[in-house]
Write a protein that binds this ligand. Structure first.
Ligand SMILES: Cc1cc2nc3c(=O)[nH]c(=O)nc-3n(C[C@H](O)[C@H](O)[C@H](O)COP(=O)(O)O)c2cc1C
Length: 208
């Protein structure tokens, strides 16, 4: 599907206002407990609708999502979360398993038609495929977290899970590989841990 919008990044178009910056970055928090307010499938689909427009290298978009939002789905997922992540995951109305598609290059001719030779090149080079998924998968996972916030929901990303167990349970054909699990919903009781410091820009930025 293509967009009718050419580009809105043009001179004179303002950036996000302070409320938008707060929603996505400065005031946004990681949730550790969720209210029982439901999150509908259309809201979950809207998260992906934003995520899919953010850039990836060669436009190859390796990230895949499984939205777990039924009691049966949660029952399959919970034992595979680290113990410290189970209660928060049980409280979330929806949880996304983010995975990378190890055969992502199958879509290369559609996604990058200007380089028709790319699919065969990637087919022959497993190490290049691994490099591309290891960079672009987590990159898209970051976009996904921001998209949750942009929808007015809160995210609880978790790396603490049994990846081999999730892959065996949800992706038995071996093609998708889980990279991150993200709780999605509205904040519940005492949802935030203490805010941790961020690095001083002086320790991070060099200018050249
Ligand atoms: C990739 C990633 C993995 C994380 N894994 C876990 C986890 O397994 N369990 C957990 O409780 N928090 C996890 N977190 C949450 C972070 O600790 C939290 O986002 C960070 O401390 C910032 O918190 P804040 O957004 O409230 O400032 C993870 C966050 C990210 C981005």
């Amino acid at each position: 599907m293509t967009s009718t919008v050419e580009s809105i990044a043009a001179p004179g178009v303002p950036g996000l206002d302070e409320a938008g910056r707060a929603l996505l970055f400065t005031q946004a928090r990681t949730a550790n407990a969720f209210a029982d307010t439901p999150v509908g499938d259309e809201q979950l689909a809207a998260i992906w609708e934003l995520t899919r427009w953010a850039p990836t290298s060669a436009n190859l978009q390796p990230l895949r999502v499984t939205f777990v939002r039924t009691a049966q789905g949660r029952e399959r997922l919970l034992p595979l979360m680290n113990e410290g992540n189970r209660a928060k995951t049980a409280s979330a109305p929806a949880t996304a398993i983010l995975a990378v598609d190890s055969r992502f290059h199958q879509y290369a001719p559609t996604l990058l038609p200007i380089r028709p030779q790319l699919k065969d090149a990637l087919d022959a080079d497993e190490s290049l495929r691994a490099t591309m998924t290891s960079f672009n998968g987590p990159l898209q996972a970051g976009y996904f977290i921001l998209a949750i916030r942009a929808q007015g929901l809160v995210a609880g990303p978790m790396a603490g899970f049994d990846a081999a167990g999730i892959d065996a349970e949800f992706y038995p054909d071996g093609r998708w590989k889980s990279v991150l699990v993200v709780n999605i919903g509205h904040p519940g009781e005492n949802p935030w841990f203490e805010r941790l410091p961020r690095l001083d820009p002086a320790d991070v930025i060099r200018w050249a």
